[in-house]
Write a new protein. Structure first.
Ligand SMILES: Cc1cc2nc3c(=O)[nH]c(=O)nc-3n(C[C@H](O)[C@H](O)[C@H](O)COP(=O)(O)OP(=O)(O)OC[C@H]3O[C@@H](n4cnc5c(N)ncnc54)[C@H](O)[C@@H]3O)c2cc1C
Length: 377
């Protein structure tokens, strides 16, 4: 991928901080499931918590290509940290940036962009996963307030966030047309964090339930208009999927580098294992697949930067990159044999981390529904 000087500089800053502080701590965070606050603080100082936020709101004002380059670098070292950053930037900040009033942007964005507060996006519920029309959390107007009642599950950054973009229905009979979006602050009475999920991978990224027990918020906390909730969610996820594609590419690139370096020094039968064609070709295929995913991801980012339609390309990039990342991480383990399977080496963590990229921000089956709808028009 050809990056201009500014994009290359951003990529290098992200790569340097990953090598220096993020990657060395990834194993420990994975084991303890502790939220990596130190990483987030450092990334905030460098502008990575407000990547697409205009300077007016104290953001770094990066284009999407730069964000993709940065996310790939961070994910090479720690997919938990990359998930926190990706969700915060795209799903936490972007809906407010795209649909917020000036007052909402002024109130919430500068602190989010600096990394002083964390953002989250809450659509999924126990009965509404792939089928967002089944959202059962309700928003009922009572005078100058909305009363939000219900619960959400699997919310990334749940235990760490200060600002939540929450989707609730004003009229269940209307399905997705009844959905509206709201900004809910952590300290609001009636709002609490429920169960923390213990997960297979991205274990340091907090994933929780959210509980709204007749939680009252001012009317001005509605984001966008009535009936716009589904549109806000889908437009947000279109962009967020480019980030997940970058993240998956980064995990794969990290696993590939580990396996390649290992194969060059590990000797069996008197020679490095990489001189066996079966290992060398496996590495070659991994390199090809990673580059293909990277190109799809950058292509979707370039379309976004050019302000043309990019939703289908984002879905393609997310699907290809995440399927690829799982396979590449599995191959990295195979190349490293018993050592790859051991928790002493990072590739088994990378394989566990890679799996989520096929599931969140819309499963790959749902991405294929989106893509097939578009190509069969
Ligand atoms: C770690 C993690 C973090 C997450 N973060 C967030 C977050 O920040 N915010 C948020 O709102 N949500 C989040 N989610 C939720 C995530 O987006 C959902 O898990 C996902 O959309 C799938 O929903 P589900 O788990 O209910 O699966 P289901 O929708 O029940 O799907 C189960 C299976 O059926 C398949 N399936 C369903 N419908 C169809 C269909 N029409 N055609 C073909 N196959 C189908 C699915 O692909 C899947 O394989 C997160 C989930 C996890 C695990």
């Amino acid at each position: 991928m050809f990056l201009n000087e500014e994009q290359k500089a951003i990529q290098k800053v992200a790569g340097d901080i990953t090598k220096k502080i993020i990657a060395p701590m990834a194993k420990q965070y994975d084991e303890t499931e502790e939220f990596p606050w130190e990483n987030i603080k450092q990334l905030g100082k460098l502008g990575f918590m407000g990547m697409s936020v205009p300077e007016k709101y104290d953001g770094a004002d990066m284009d999407m290509v730069s964000s993709v380059a940065a996310l790939e670098e961070i994910a090479k070292g720690c997919a938990s940290t990359a998930t926190i950053v990706a969700v915060h930037n795209a799903a936490g900040i972007l809906p407010i940036l795209m649909f917020g009033t000036d007052a909402q942007k002024e109130k919430y964005i500068p602190s989010l962009a600096a990394g002083n507060s964390i953002g989250a996006f809450a659509l999924t519920e126990a009965g509404a996963g792939s089928d967002a029309a089944k959202v059962a959390t309700t928003a009922v107007q009572d005078g100058k307030e909305y009363v939000i009642h219900g619960s959400k599950c699997f919310i990334s950054n749940g235990g760490a966030a200060d600002t939540f973009v929450v989707f609730a229905t004003k009229d269940r009979a209307k399905g997705v047309k009844g959905l509206a979006a709201f900004i809910i602050e952590k300290e609001t009475p009636g709002f609490s964090i429920g169960k923390h999920e213990s997960k297979m991978g991205i274990r340091a990224s907090s994933t929780t339930e959210l509980i709204f027990d007749k939680c009252r918020i001012p009317l001005e906390n509605q984001l966008g208009k009535d009936g716009e909730g589904f549109k806000i969610a889908m437009m947000t996820l279109d962009v967020a999927r480019i980030g997940i594609a970058a993240l998956a590419t980064g995990i794969a690139a990290g696993a590939y580098e580990e396996a390649r370096n290992y194969a060059k020094v590990r000797e069996q039968f008197g020679k490095p294992i990489c001189v066996n064609q079966s290992i060398g070709f496996m590495l070659a295929d991994m390199a090809i697949q990673i580059e293909a995913a990277r190109q799809l991801t950058y292509h979707a980012a370039e379309l976004k930067d050019a302000n043309v339609k990019f939703g289908t390309e984002a879905a393609m990039a997310k699907t290809f990159a995440s399927d690829m990342a799982v396979q590449v991480a599995l191959n990295a383990i195979q190349i490293m044999g018993g050592y790859g399977y051991s928790r002493e080496y990072p590739v088994e963590r990378m394989m566990r981390d890679a799996k989520i990229t096929q599931i969140y921000e819309g499963t790959n089956q749902i991405q294929r529904v989106v893509i097939s709808r578009e190509i069969l028009k």
